[in-house]
Design a binder for this molecule. Structure first.
Ligand SMILES: Nc1ncnc2c1ncn2[C@@H]1O[C@H](COP(=O)(O)OP(=O)(O)O)[C@@H](O)[C@H]1O
Ligand SMILES: [Mg+2]
Length: 293
């Protein structure tokens, strides 16, 4: 039997990004080589400032690289496109539109630009109802964003992102502003829609548990300059068989620990902490330690 290798969806080659002048500017990313397979769920983690958001914005076409290239389906990314949708931490909904109107408001849709056919417009309407149902928003379809909880607002933002049937869903700490219980619900919802929609997901987070729970593969970035430190294939049951209990299992904890170890090893905060501890041992930091010494 011949098994096709999974197709490459995103190919990042020798990518660098410097903000400001070469030599003196901030080296946000340097020498990034990475491929993402079709229908893979890839999580990017790493200390604050290691370039996660910059990399995601380059994939979205919102930022241009200083060197190197990104290809999606073997075509170079030169700007935003309907094949890639982005969800950010702040919900970015239009406050004057209802839930349903927000979902339908999708710049990529030809029907909205008056260029589409009646059939396209009808299928967009069908799609918006299907997404309302998928995200559990039917009862709230006529509400305005300020009448919704944070979790519901983010579900609307995700539904809107899915409206154009993107090949790639790019998410930058989408649940960063939500409380712990709402996040857990969102995690299981994301796994469900990942199965149903069969899209490729690149998911930025600083929450390692979130990354291990959701992703097929976790890439750790290291800061100064932003670069790939390590890549971790996650061995867990398939998405729809995962549940919150898994987080207490030995394999889950081992994978989480391995990734946390890498983040700590590459984080300057950790070095600062070690310096503080060393000075404290020498009695040089706190008055109490000095007095005791
Ligand atoms: N528009 C910008 N101008 C200048 N520096 C930037 C800009 N965007 C990001 N940076 C810098 O690039 C580095 C990476 O930032 P970012 O991608 O936001 O990291 P992360 O999302 O991992 O926290 C940081 O040092 C940040 O200060
Ligand atoms: Mg960021």
């Amino acid at each position: 039997m011949i098994v096709d290798a999974p197709a490459t969806k995103i190919r990042i080659t020798a990518l660098s990004k410097t903000f400001g002048a070469a030599g003196t500017g901030v080296r946000a990313l340097e020498g990034i080589d990475l491929t993402v397979r079709e229908n893979e769920f890839l999580a990017l983690v790493g200390a604050s400032g290691c370039g996660k958001s910059t990399l995601l914005r380059i994939l979205a076409g919102l930022e241009a690289p200083s060197a190197g290239e990104v290809q999606v389906d073997e075509r170079p990314v030169t700007g935003p496109g309907a094949d890639r949708a982005v969800v950010f931490q702040d919900y970015s909904l239009f406050p004057w539109l209802t839930v349903l109107e927000n979902i339908r408001f999708c710049r990529g849709l030809r029907a909205h630009r008056g260029a589409g056919t009646t059939a396209e417009a009808a299928s967009a309407v069908d799609r918006s109802y299907a997404l309302l149902e998928l995200m559990g928003l039917e009862a709230s379809r006529d509400r305005y964003p300020n009448q919704l909880s944070g979790g519901m607002r983010q579900r609307v933002a995700i539904a809107r992102a899915l409206m154009s049937r993107p090949e790639v869903l790019l998410m930058d700490e989408p649940f960063g502003a939500l409380d712990a219980q709402t996040r857990e619900v969102m995690h299981d919802l994301i796994l469900y829609l990942f199965e149903v929609e069969r899209t490729t997901i690149v998911f930025v987070t600083h929450d390692v548990e979130e990354a291990v729970y959701l992703a097929d593969r976790v890439v750790v970035l290291a800061p100064h300059p932003g670069r790939i430190d390590s890549t971790h294939a996650i061995e867990l049951p398939p998405p729809l068989e995962r549940n919150q209990e898994i987080k207490l299992s030995a394999p889950f904890i081992a994978q989480k620990r391995a990734i946390l170890d890498r983040i700590r090893a590459t984080s300057s905060v950790q070095r600062d902490l070690e310096t503080v501890r060393r000075l404290a041992r020498l009695g040089k930091v706190t008055g109490r330690a000095a007095a005791a010494g």
